[in-house]
Design a protein around this ligand. Sequence first.
Ligand code: UGA
Length: 441
Amino acid sequence: MKVVVAGTGYVGLVTGVALAKIGHNVTCVDIDSKKIALMQKGISPIYEEGLEELMVENAKRLSYTVDYKKAYKDADVIFIGVGTPERSDGSANLDYVYEVCDNIAESIVHDCVVVIKSTVPIGTNDKVEEYLRSRVEDGIFISIASNPEFLAQGTAVRDTLYASRIVVGTEDKYAKDIMREIYYPLTQEPYNVPYLEMSRRSAEMVKYASNDFLALKISYINEVSNFCEIIGADIEDVTMGMSYDKRIGNKFLNPGIGYGGSCFPKDTKALHYLSCEYDSEFKTIKACIDVNKHQKLHLFNKLKETYGNLNMRNMDIAILGATFKPGTDDLREASSIDNVKALIDYGCSVTVYDPVGLERFKKIFGDKIKYATTIDECIKDKDITMIMTEWDTIKNYDINNYINLMRTPVIYDGRNCYKLEDIEKYPIKYVSIGRKEINKL
Ligand code: UGA
């Protein structure tokens, strides 16, 4: 079976490499020739643990090309894994998906299953099928399957091979059989991934409902956490107490400075937009989006409350962590961006440290801020340190260094990186999320 993957971002490339790992011959197509050249040398254009090793290990079953015509021509299955970014009104932009469809239509010479992995609004698979069928040559049968992706950045390879589930939405036996054949190895030892079949609309909805549920969980716990600060409860005790109820569980209950990344912000807005289009607004999702917007600046607002506009002017602030979460160099919708913008507007001088995200951060802020390659260098002579991402290098950092290196050892921790009982041993001021403030200065 000839398998092609269109798009080599987090979803496309990881899917392609995983399919090669389970024995398929896979051609990865992208319009970016620089990315293709890198991958041809066995280099991954994205930072993802274990990916490059798998690219090398399965090199004989993997090829990379910009020549989509040749790739799609005699493909049996084409996975579409291109981006569906957010438009300014919150709806999903499907231009890249349709661009791939146009390319498939002009290239394909025999029957083919086109699998949509990109996150698309409910009903898109039906529309894409109609679109493609009206454009391919007579006699060629195209069937569309919906196969949403559930990988998280930073653990993408593991999340794909040892997936929580494979969801496949089809409307005909042809696509159903091909999809079963493709994924058969993943349903067996050692992977044993549950394989779920349903209609395409249900599969599309599974993706949004799952992501938006997780985003809701985060916004909910952030609100609980903010209220804990007001009433004097400790969020960590509260979440521990909640988590013993198996129906609640202990995952995705970490409070912080809001969710970021390329998925939750976009997928909450897209589902909300779609529900409004059907005149059936998702009120829970609307609340989730609003809470997250405020939460991103929760730490900054606490700082402002304490120091006021005037005192903050000319303050030297260290920012530890720039990416939207650890394990990735992705800055999309990262809370660090909102906080740094707000600090600059208040006239603060900002220095940022991140183990992998600095180059991308420089593209956003240029010489408006300073950049440090170590935590020591970042916090040296600063008035306040703000923690934005819970990288291990930050969590394991020696607390003594804040005292020795900073002008005043004041930490505003947006990711609760340190235990309060540890912090209490030091002469520092420590403000975190949903926990009591410690001031031993
Ligand atoms: C998310 C989902 O977790 C994946 O299942 C999904 O496949 C993916 O979106 C997607 O649609 O492609 P991802 O965006 O990589 O994955 O990252 P997450 O680990 O879910 O984190 C998202 C944001 O939530 C981060 O900013 C993180 O800091 C925040 N978060 C997460 C919290 O604030 N608290 C938590 O308890 C968990």
